[in-house]
Design a protein around this ligand. Structure first.
Ligand code: COS
Length: 385
């Protein structure tokens, strides 16, 4: 399929594919096994301007958008979801600044983010607030020129590795969702430390860690938007980033499909390569069709996001839920096509299947995505009367 990319988009795709094949594929099994953060790959991505894709040129970025970011994310995910998560979480952490930052905040942080000098992480989730994002308990109390943050964030991608954190905390716990505010917190701020490093089923090349705020003094200039806007900052950030999780799904599905086809052409049973059996062909046909459908949806939603449209919640949720359910099915079926070999660590599909599972969980579970879509359908129907 030709999606009629511009020359610039094709360049991003080729560059990301080259990095994925030359730098990621050779080390992905080892990174997974050792649960190691891909520092060297992050450096290569930085040198290739990959961190600046979606950041405006005036702040040192390439001035492109969501589609170009999705193209890069898809290529990295085709090789390793752990690496692509470390990369994509950076965009998630940056959107609050990009969407809600003042000119001063943007000038202060975006150039270092665009150059890959400083990584970013987004901190919303807590022990008692995952799907129920408004249930966060971390507090931010105004004290003169500072906010004093107290609480613990859980399961934060790039925790410890990132230098900049966009953190959602309650400035007025009595007001629920309307009492949350968003802050930029820099690593090294007094009272800010890192806790438990998680051991995960998959995406082991990415780091997932606790953030601990113990009377952490954050300058009032680091408030993003206004007090009370934190929940909206978080929701708009997720609306923007979820299509990128869809792109991760497309990438890992494509990677698994290619592995399954390669194997099925070589594996001989009953005197023939197993790809010549219709049972296998039908599985591959469904895997390919679903992957292409997911890709078409992700690209069109990314283009819609880039158009500046305001009503992106539903399409973003649709791209995320569809492409990541496809990723889970296609990676699982790739293991099935490859049988015993697929289950062994010698081949990459068992890792792809383990990795794919997180896509149905993070940045809002796929059940939450369906809630978002359902709520939007209700609102649309009410508007039509
Ligand atoms: N854009 C703008 N505003 C939004 C919004 C969006 N996408 N979603 C909600 N809001 C607004 C609502 O309009 C409402 O505003 P008012 O108080 O003025 O009416 C407010 O935010 C609260 O919304 P709502 O009542 O829908 O909030 P809920 O607590 O019911 O939660 C869901 C809604 C489930 C959608 C939200 O909690 C969510 O997305 N959870 C998943 C979070 C997630 O992705 N976690 C993963 C960790 S982060 S990587």
């Amino acid at each position: 399929m030709d999606y009629f990319f511009t020359e610039e988009q094709k360049m991003i795709q080729e560059l990301a594919r080259q990095i994925a094949e030359e730098k990621v594929v050779p080390v992905r099994a080892e990174l997974d096994e050792k649960e190691e953060f891909p520092h060297e790959i992050m450096q290569v991505l930085a040198q290739s301007d990959m961190f600046g894709i979606f950041i405006p040129e005036e702040y040192g970025g390439l001035g492109m958008g969501s589609l170009e970011l999705c193209i890069a994310v898809e290529e990295l995910s085709r090789a390793c979801l752990g690496v692509s998560t470390s990369y994509a979480a950076n965009a998630l952490g940056t959107y609050p600044i990009l969407l809600f930052g003042t000119e001063e905040q943007k000038k202060r942080y975006l150039p270092d983010i665009a150059s890959g000098k400083r990584l970013v992480a987004f901190a919303l989730t807590e022990a008692n607030a995952g799907s129920d994002a408004a249930g966060i308990q971390t507090t931010a109390k105004k004290d003169g020129d500072y906010y004093i943050l107290n609480g613990t964030k859980q399961w934060i991608t790039n925790g410890g590795e990132a230098e900049i954190y966009t953190v959602i905390a309650m400035t007025d716990p009595s007001r629920g969702a309307r009492g949350a505010s968003a802050f930029i917190v820099e690593k090294g701020t007094e009272g800010f430390s890192f806790g438990k490093k998680e051991k995960k089923m998959g995406i082991r090349a990415s780091v997932t860690r606790e953030l601990i705020f113990d009377n952490c003094r954050v300058p009032k200039e680091n408030l993003l938007g206004r007090e009370g806007m934190g929940f909206i900052v978080a929701m708009k950030t997720l609306d923007q980033s979820r299509v990128g999780v869809g792109a991760q799904g497309v990438g890992v599905a494509q990677g698994a499909l290619e592995e399954a086809i390669r194997f099925a052409r070589q594996r001989v049973q009953f005197g023939k390569p197993v790809i010549s059996f219709q049972a296998v062909q039908h599985m591959l046909a469904d895997m390919a069709t679903l992957t292409e459908a997911a890709r078409a949806l992700v690209y069109s939603v990314a283009r819609y996001v880039d158009s500046g449209a305001k009503d992106i919640s539903k399409p973003s949720a649709m791209a995320k839920v569809f492409a990541t359910d496809v990723a889970m099915k296609v990676t699982t079926d790739a293991v099935q096509v490859m049988g015993g070999s697929g289950y062994m660590r010698e081949y990459p599909v068992e890792k792809m299947m383990r990795d794919a599972k997180i896509l149905q969980i993070y940045e809002g579970t796929n059940q939450i995505q369906r809630n978002v879509i359902g709520q939007e359908l209700i609102k649309e129907a009410a508007r039509k009367g």
